[in-house]
Each structure stands twice: as C-alpha cells, then as structure tokens.
Design a protein around this ligand. Structure first.
Ligand code: CAO
Length: 431
C-alpha cells in the first residue's frame, strides 16, 4: 500500500490563526489534484485550500471554526494515479498560496467582504452543502454568494465549465434581482441601453446645458413619485380678449403689452383662494398637507438654455399692470440667464403657457412639491352653441395636471370650472 500523503496548510504569508470557514471533504472522498479541501479566511481575504495531490481522503484533521496556521495538518490522502488538471473556471476562483500573494489574488468584492471583522457562516448553510452542490460551485464562490445573501441553489445554470457557477454568475444574479425589485417598486427606471448611433449615419454630440440636466433629473423624480392626472377644458375668453385689446390700445408703443397670461394668473389665484388644497404641499412622509397663506405663481419660461420657472410673489395683492411689468422683467432676466435662485423659489402653483406657439392640449408635469400645474395652449375662434344658435367665441384650451394624492378628480373639475368662470367674466375677480 502506498504511503499516505499529508496535506498541510501552506505558507500564506506569515499569517497565524487563520479561520477555517468550510471543510469540503470527509474520509473516503476521492479528491482530484487542486480540488478545494477547505476554505480559509484571514482578516484580509478568503482563500481555497487546494489538494496538492489526488487520492482518497483517509482522515480529516480540521473542522469549521478551527484556527490554523502554516504547517497545520489538513488531511491525509491515499494517493491515486488519476491526475485531473483543474479547469480554467476553477483556476479563476482558486488560490494557490505558494504562487500568488493572497491579497492580489482575491477579487475586490471578496476583499471588501473579508475586510469585515468576521464572517458569520450560518450552520444551516454549511450543513446544506452536499457533494452535488460542491460539484457546481467552488467554496469561494459559495462563500461569496453567502456573503451577498444569495441562495446559490437559485442560480440554476453557471457559465463555467460543465455549468459550474462562477462569481460572475452570482453577480449577474444579484443584478437581475435588484433590477426586478427596482422595477416592481417603481422607485427607479431600468437603464436605457447605450447605442452607437454612428452605425446608422453621421452623428454629433452636444453637452446638455446645466439647466436641462437639472430639470431632467427633477422631472424624472416627479414622474416617478407623483400619481398625476391631467384634466382638459376650455374657457370662453371672448370678453376678456376684447378688454385686453382695449387696454393695449390705450398704451403707447413703448409700454409693456398686456398678454392674456396675466388674466390667467389672476383667475388662477382667485380659484386657489376658493380651493386652498391647490395651494398646499404634501409633507415628505405623505401624512400631512401643508397649506400656504401666500399666493406665489411660477411661470415656465422658455430660454435658449432650457426651461426655468421664475416666481411672481403675492400675486393676489398686485394689479394687472404691476404683474405685467414684473413678468416682463423676470422673463427677460430668465432669457439672459440672470435669474437668482431666490427668483425661482417659493412658488405655490405653476403655469406653463405654450399659447404664443400653438397647440390644442398637452399634459404638463407638476412642479413638485406644488400639487398642480396649469397648461395653456393657443386660443382659437370656435362656433359655440348657446341653446339657440352657434356663436363665434374665442376658446382657450386649459390643461390642469394635479397630484392625485392631494386632489380628487371632482375637486380638479370644480377648480377648473372656477378658473373658467373667472376667465369667462373677469369682473368676478373683483368680488
Ligand atoms: N392663445 C393665443 N395667443 C396667445 C396665447 C394663447 N393662449 N398666449 C400668448 N399668445 C400670444 C400673445 O398674445 C402674443 O401675441 P402678440 O405678439 O400679438 O402680442 C404672443 O402670443 C406671444 O406671447 P408671449 O409668449 O410673448 O407672452 P405670454 O405672456 O403669453 O407668455 C411666457 C410669456 C414667458 C410664458 C412665454 O413667452 C413663454 O416662455 N412660453 C413658453 C413656456 C414653456 O416653454 N412652457 C413649456 C413648459 S413644458 O411643461
């Protein structure tokens, strides 16, 4: 009978008291050359202890929880003639201590894991390792999976030789689970694929302006956090327009012209006084509604650098002429990029008016933490039935988007009816 081979803990770089995390063989097992016998761990890294010879295990001298150092006897083997070269996949995760320093050989994730004071290995997870499991993932990979809380049994196919599970398979599994969780919770959006458009034709890259980047992030956040509903209606502004034209006719050509937007601002504020929930914000925990006693209106202004929203303050205390001058000043400042942060803070509700450009309807996004936004598109003459005949009336399309957590559908409709009533007969703004 051939002499027994003693396999001992090799030189692992002057480290004593190495923890035995896992012992993977028992007496009677046949082991191949470089098959992992045990998993050891120092405070810096975890490492597989490979068999330096092939054979049948006669006796195992260590168990999980033991502390070992260089020279500690691990197993005795009865040598066999069968020598199997390890696969590339096994080499990827195995560490031959004599050949490479431990710290260089381990993957960064494993190093991070190992840096944690001690690894808690649940007894049941150790007990769950059987010969079949061991054949599909090396101990280092199983340890890595345990550290990430991954049940390795759930990874059905590995990308290593003969379906062996590799660290990359564990990472992909974690990524997949995380992505699914994010999509299910609605707390993020799946990443868009990166596409090389130059494969289809000539392209040119342009950096987004800072405003566009910031606005984009904020819009994304609002889109994901707020359940929004947009309600569409039309206001009859025939009389209002006649009054506006008359007012402008009185002005000299150097005066600032009165646009319909100013009346919309006044009508909106009057409706907010009537429906205070439109002048509120939801607390961050979603438990309380904070009512505001001031009435500041944000106006979305289109600038070469992107959209900005200057705020007109205390609109309820100002007349149309004063507001007209303030709107002209703030939108000019916006277009010149001269607005200060204070000019854009403290808004209660926002108006996004595209009327100067066109459109029949759109769905603006609430400028949270405000709870509603009023969209305006181009007014146009329409035949309107008054019960007896069709009359030509100037109809202004309005789009009210609101945060449905705060505003009910019926409240939204009543609010819009009030805005329409004020615009339909601006004398009511005096009441
Ligand atoms: N229907 C018909 N005509 C309208 C109108 C409407 N709803 N709104 C404006 N107009 C007319 C104005 O009367 C004016 O006509 P004149 O040139 O004959 O006087 C012309 O369109 C241009 O108006 P204006 O845009 O200069 O002025 P405003 O007060 O209506 O709007 C401002 C000011 C700053 C809101 C606007 O210039 C602007 O930037 N709008 C774009 C906002 C935006 O990009 N919103 C999208 C946000 S994405 O959610």
């Amino acid at each position: 009978m051939a002499a027994l081979i003693e396999i001992k803990v090799p030189d692992v770089g002057n480290v004593a008291d190495i923890d035995v995390v896992d012992v993977l063989v028992k007496a009677g097992d046949t082991v191949k050359l470089e098959q992992t016998l045990a998993v050891l761990e120092t405070d810096k890294a975890s490492m597989d202890l490979p068999a330096s010879a092939a054979g049948v295990v006669q006796e195992v001298f260590i168990k999980s929880g033991d502390k070992v150092s260089e020279g500690t006897l691990v197993v005795t083997l009865l040598p066999s003639t069968e020598v199997v070269t390890p696969s590339v996949a096994e080499e990827e995760v195995s560490i031959a201590p004599q050949e490479q320093p431990v710290q260089q050989a381990v993957a960064p994730v494993q190093q991070a894991v190992a840096a944690v004071e001690a690894v808690v290995v649940k007894p049941e997870s150790l007990a769950g390792i059987d010969a079949a499991t061991a054949a599909h993932a090396t101990p280092a990979v199983r340890l890595f999976a345990r550290e990430l809380g991954v049940d390795i049994q759930k990874i059905t196919v590995g990308s290593g030789r003969k379906g062996r599970i590799l660290k990359d398979d564990v990472k992909s599994f974690v990524k997949k689970v995380m992505t699914e969780a994010v999509v299910q919770n609605g707390s993020g959006i799946p990443a868009m694929p990166s596409i090389d458009f130059s494969q289809f034709g000539e392209t040119e890259e342009q950096q987004l302006s800072k405003i566009k980047r910031l606005t984009g992030k904020n819009l994304n956040r609002v889109w994901l956090n707020l359940p929004m509903v947009t309600y569409h209606d039309e206001a009859d502004i025939t009389e209002m327009e006649a009054f506006r034209i008359a007012l402008n006719a009185e002005k000299s050509k150097d005066d600032i012209k009165i646009t319909g937007l100013l009346f919309i601002i006044k009508a909106l504020v009057a409706a907010m006084e009537q429906f205070p929930q439109f002048n509120s914000s939801l607390s961050a925990d979603g438990e309380k509604l904070i009512f505001k006693k001031y009435l500041n209106i944000g106006i979305a202004v289109d600038t070469p650098n992107g959209l900005v929203v200057p705020v007109l303050r205390d609109v309820n205390r100002k007349g149309i002429n004063e507001l007209s001058a303030e709107l002209a000043e703030k939108s000019n400042k916006a277009r010149l990029g001269k607005l200060m942060p204070a000019d854009m803070q403290g808004g209660c509700i926002t108006i996004s008016s595209l009327g100067g450009i066109g459109g029949t309807a759109f769905t603006p996004i609430v400028n949270a933490p405000e709870v509603a936004i009023l969209g305006v598109t181009r007014a146009k003459m329409q035949p309107v039935w008054n019960g007896k005949e069709f009359l030509p009336r100037l109809m202004l399309p309005l789009d009210l988007t609101y945060d449905h957590r705060v505003i009910d559908g019926a409240e939204g409709a009543r609010f819009m009816a009030a805005v329409k009533q004020y615009l339909g007969d601006i004398r009511r703004l005096l009441l």
